[in-house]
Design a protein around this ligand. Structure first.
Ligand code: ASP
Ligand code: MG
Length: 480
C-alpha cells in the first residue's frame, strides 16, 4: 500500500490525545477547527450506547462535530441476508429477518420513552420498514437481487441508526441537524462498491454541511447516491471512508474513529497479553500493520484524511478517556511501533543458474503470479534464486508448474511472517543485531529488510511464531 510522502504541514497536537481535559479550548473560528466523529456499529449497538455516543459528542460540541454513524452492529449483515433470502424466494426466512430487525430498532425507540418527537420518529421508522418490506416482496416475486437493489436495502441500516440517534439528540435537547448522506456523497454506479466523484462530493459536502459550535450534525456512513439519485454504498466497512471524505472536504482538524478497541496495539493482545496501545503512529506505519490484520483502520479507508494530512484518532466508545491511537502524517520518534505477524504462509523458492547476469527473470516470475491472481508478500533475491511468500495458495499448483519453466522450484508450508514496524529502524545497525540476538534460538527461513525503512520482516516456522513475537515484544516494549 503506497502512502503519499510526508507533506509540509506538521500536526503538533491532536485535540483529544494531547489537550488536557481541564483546559478550556478556544472556540473554533472557522471550519478548520471542526472535527468529525465516526461511530462504528458496536458503538450504536443499543440505546445505552447511543447515549454514550451523544455524551462523547456533547463533550466536544464546541468543535462543531459532524457525527458519522454505521448501522447498529449486525444490521448490515442481516439486511444482506434479507436480500439474499428474498431473492431466493424464501418468504418465511425473509419475514423472520425483517421482524427481528423491526423489533430491535423499535425497542431502542421504546426505551427512549415518549418525550420529544417520538411519534414522528416512530412514523419515520415504520415508513422505512414498509419500504424494506416492499423491496423484499419485489425480490420474492422476481427471484433475483441485483447489486443495485442490494444497496437500496443495506442503506436502511445507516438510515435507521441515524434516525434513532438524531431523535435521541433532540429528546435530550441537543441542537442537531440531520443530513441524508445521499445528498452529499456523489458516486458512480458501481453498486455495492461505489466510487465517490471527489469533486462533486466535496462541493456538495461544503454546500450542505455547515458545522456550528454548540450543535451536532448527524449523518450516515457507508451510503451515497449516483447523480441520477440511485442509492449506492461504498463497500463493507465504508463508514470510515465516508467520515474521512467529509473531514477532508470540510478541512477538519481531526477525524475520530470511535470503535470497540483501544486503538492500535503494540501487538495482538491474544498473543502478548502485555500489549499496549500505540499512542502515535504514522499513516505509513499503520498501512504496514493493516496487512497483518490490524483491521482497526484500513489505509484505503482513510485515504482522504491522508491526502489532507488530517490526523485520525482511534478511540474506544466504552472507555472514552482511555488509551487511544493518533494516526498522523509522520512521527518524529524513531523506534519500533508495533510487532505483527501472520501464520500459515507458504514460501516459494525459484532457483536457476540461468538467472546469473540475465535480465527479465523477475518479470517472468511475477507474470506467473499475476496470471494466477496471487499476491506476493515478501520477496528476497540472490543472483540465482528468488524466494517469495504467498498467503493465498489456491492457485499454488498452477504457479509451481508454470514456474518450473523458469527454474527449479520448491515450496515450504507451515511458515509465519513476523514483522517489526517502526520508523528509521535500520539506520541503527545495532538494532538489527538486537533483533537477531533475540531470535537466536528461532530458525529464520527468510529475511526482508530494507524494502521499506519501516518494516523488518522475518519468516519463521509456525511452531516458532508465538515465541518469536513474544521475545521481540518483551525486548522492545518491556515486560509491560
Ligand atoms: N454498516 C456497514 C458495514 O457493516 C458500513 C460500516 O459499518 O462501516 O459494512
Ligand atoms: Mg463497521
Amino acid at each position: 500500500m503506497s502512502v503519499r510522502p510526508v507533506v509540509a504541514r506538521r500536526i503538533d497536537c491532536c485535540y483529544d490525545a494531547f489537550v488536557p481535559a481541564a483546559h478550556s479550548i478556544e472556540r473554533p473560528k472557522d471550519r478548520k477547527q471542526m472535527i468529525v466523529l465516526k461511530f462504528g456499529g458496536t458503538s450504536v449497538r443499543n440505546a445505552a450506547y447511543i447515549d454514550k455516543c451523544l455524551d462523547i459528542a456533547v463533550r466536544r460540541i464546541e468543535h462543531a462535530p459532524v457525527l458519522v454513524f454505521s448501522a447498529m452492529s449486525g444490521v448490515t449483515d442481516a439486511l444482506i441476508e434479507l436480500a439474499a433470502l428474498s431473492g431466493a424466494g424464501d418468504a418465511d426466512g425473509a419475514g423472520e429477518v425483517l421482524s427481528k430487525l423491526r423489533s430491535r430498532h423499535f425497542s431502542v425507540l421504546d426505551s427512549f420513552g415518549d418525550a420529544g418527537p417520538a411519534a414522528e420518529t416512530r412514523r419515520a421508522l415504520t415508513d422505512m420498514f414498509d419500504q424494506l418490506e416492499s423491496l423484499s416482496r419485489g425480490l420474492l416475486l422476481l427471484r433475483e437481487c441485483s447489486s443495485r437493489t442490494l444497496d437500496a436495502i443495506t442503506a436502511f441500516g445507516e438510515l435507521m441508526s441515524t434516525t434513532l440517534v438524531a431523535f435521541r439528540a433532540i429528546q435530550r435537547n441537543i441542537d442537531c441537524t440531520f443530513i441524508d448522506a445521499r445528498t452529499v456523497i456523489r458516486t458512480d454506479e458501481s453498486f455495492t462498491a461505489a466510487v465517490p466523484d471527489m469533486a462533486a462530493t466535496r462541493a456538495s459536502i461544503r454546500a450542505e454541511i455547515k458545522p456550528e459550535p454548540d450543535s451536532l450534525v448527524v449523518t450516515q456512513g457507508f451510503i451515497g447516491a449516483t447523480a441520477a439519485g440511485a442509492t449506492t454504498t461504498l463497500g463493507r466497512g465504508g463508514s470510515d471512508y465516508s467520515a474521512t471524505l467529509i473531514g477532508a472536504a470540510l478541512g477538519a482538524r481531526e477525524v475520530q474513529i470511535w470503535t470497540d478497541v483501544h486503538g492500535i496495539m503494540t501487538c495482538d493482545p491474544r498473543i502478548v497479553p502485555e500489549a499496549r496501545t500505540v499512542a502515535k503512529i504514522s499513516y505509513a506505519e499503520a498501512a504496514e500493520l493493516a496487512y497483518f490484520g490490524a483491521k482497526v483502520v484500513h489505509p484505503s479507508s482513510i485515504q482522504p484524511a491522508i491526502d489532507e494530512s488530517i490526523p485520525v484518532l482511534v478511540k474506544n466508545t466504552s472507555d472514552p478517556d482511555g488509551a487511544c491511537t493518533a494516526i498522523v502524517d509522520h512521527t518524529l520518534d524513531v523506534g519500533v511501533r508495533a510487532i505483527a505477524g501472520k501464520k500459515s504462509v507458504t514460501l516459494v523458492n525459484i532457483t536457476s543458474s540461468r538467472m546469473l547476469n540475465a535480465y527479465g527473470f523477475l518479470r517472468r516470475i511475477f507474470d506467473i503470479f499475476e496470471a494466477c491472481r496471487t499476491s506476493v508478500d515478501l520477496i528476497a533475491t540472490s543472483e540465482v534464486s528468488v524466494s517469495v511468500t504467498v498467503d493465498d495458495t489456491r492457485a499454488l499448483d498452477t504457479i509451481v508448474t508454470d514456474l518450473r519453466q523458469v527454474g527449479s522450484v520448491s515450496t515450504e508450508q507451515g511458515l509465519s511472517i513476523v514483522s517489526l514496524v517502526g520508523q528509521d529502524l535500520w539506520k541503527d545497525s545495532a538494532f538489527v543485531a538486537e533483533v537477531f540476538q533475540e531470535l537466536r534460538s528461532v530458525p529464520i527461513r527468510m529475511i526482508s529488510l530494507g524494502a521499506s525503512d519501516i518494516n523488518l520482516s522475518t519468516v519463521v516456522p509456525d511452531e516458532s511464531f508465538f515465541e518469536a513475537i513474544r521475545k521481540l515484544h518483551s525486548r522492545f516494549f518491556g515486560p509491560g
